[in-house]
Design a protein around this ligand. Sequence first.
Ligand code: FAD
Length: 508
Amino acid sequence: MGFATLRGEPAVNEFDLAIIGGGINGVGIARDAAGRGLKVLLVEQNDLASGTSSASSKLIHGGLRYLEHGALRLVRAALAEREVLLRMAPHLIRPLRFVLPLDEARRSPLLIRLGLFIYDRLGRREILPPSRALDLITDEAGQPLKRQFHRAFEYSDCFADDSRLVVLNAVDAAERGATIRTRTRCVRAERGARGWRLVLSTQGLRETATARVLVNAAGPWAEMVTDTLLKQPPKQLLRLDKGSHLVVHRLYDHDRAYILQTADGRVVFTIPFERDFTLIGTTDQAYSGDPAVAVPTAEEISYLCGAVNEYFRTVVSAANAVWAFAGVRALYGDGHRKPQDVGRDYTLVLDRGFRKAPLLTVYGGKLTTYRRLAEDALGQVARFFGRARSQPWTARSPLPGGDFAFDRTPELIERTRQRWPFLTDDHLRRLVGAYGTRVERILHRATRLDDLGMRFSADLTAAEVRYLMTTEWAQTADDVLWRRSKLGLRFTDAQRAMLDRFMAQTDG
Ligand code: FAD
């Protein structure tokens, strides 16, 4: 391809497509491209999903609220994606019912009913049940709420483990031939007429790679990459916006979520989380600076607690926080609107001037629409590669461990129980939820718990940690406890340090 002439140095590795960023959009593009026969390189400066893609509200949703802003195109596409993703990863993604208590002072019930009527019909829906009205006096959903809430609507969306969704896309991409390099930062990108030369840094070690097409999927870092690596003036199309979440011990016993209307015209969700907890989020705050250091502020925590305390009988405060985290949205839009009003849709910008290798930049996007975004990205770049399959393929291809019908999880749990009867109910449900049919690769021929090796806190075993290190790029305790699982909620600092020591001594 003649890349060596860029600087006279031979390239270490030659790729068709190089992707900067191992969040959901980068790995989605890597998987799609690898499945079309392209030679793909993805570099992520930290761990997979260490950016925004582990800090979302974890909803695979149309976004009922976006209807208020007339975002019909986004809502339609996102609604349709819910069931596509549910079928692709039935172990990771589950349907979830949302209870919306009515408060006439905040929104007219008639308007909400109209919104739900549209929501039920706008996207294809074969699995998820439609919305309905609820009497909070008789329905158990009314029990944790204050007495003044008598009526509600209930509707469907889905909930996903966001960071595992990223990791499984990366695993699938790798199994289709992609090279996935974590803790590898792209520090320079030089553009030639026929390709890119990238300088990569992995824990201080430098190497080069070449690619015909470069994708900038750096999420909230995208314009920083444009500016510092690509040496192009950023178009200032991104608006950064921070959102924070709070996790408390579970607020109620049933398995539905609530969507609470707040006094400032927004909504706050309370979502059953990791069996024993409730996830509360989120906020919207304009943000500047490095997205890596975004943290929840006391003001945001107090805002979230305030929303819960308006509706629930149980009072929560910052003191109840088991965990709090913040993420930075990369919103595509001008700087004039309020953060909650700026579009959540994505835009792909392809730059391919005369004698300039192509560059595709991803602006914005949602976890929910990542697969569609990847399909659109390949739609734009596939033409540069004659041999690449141009047909979309990902909608019907399960993610690793997801090769079973969306409504067959109970059978998979039962089969797992029969084959490994020594597992406790909570342990086997967690393993099936995380690994689906691939639990076998962790449990193998074990006939008793001791066969799985050293036991850490909660139900984590050495066998699972080794699997995560060899198959899912886990290198540190945090990779395991916060991005491959949420066991961090059940580990003390000392237990985490012990896991780190174990991993440092174990060959991945
Ligand atoms: P990221 O996940 O941030 O990935 C970009 C990656 O690029 C980072 O990991 C970064 O380390 C890497 N990178 C940057 N520079 C370099 C470099 N030079 N070299 C190598 N790597 C580099 N969406 C939904 O659908 N549902 C929700 O419920 C939802 N809730 C949300 C709540 C909040 C508070 C936030 C902030 C977002 C939410 N979203 C939700 C949106 C969703 O999380 C994002 O759209 C998505 O995670 C963006 O993924 P990404 O891959 O573009 O970015």
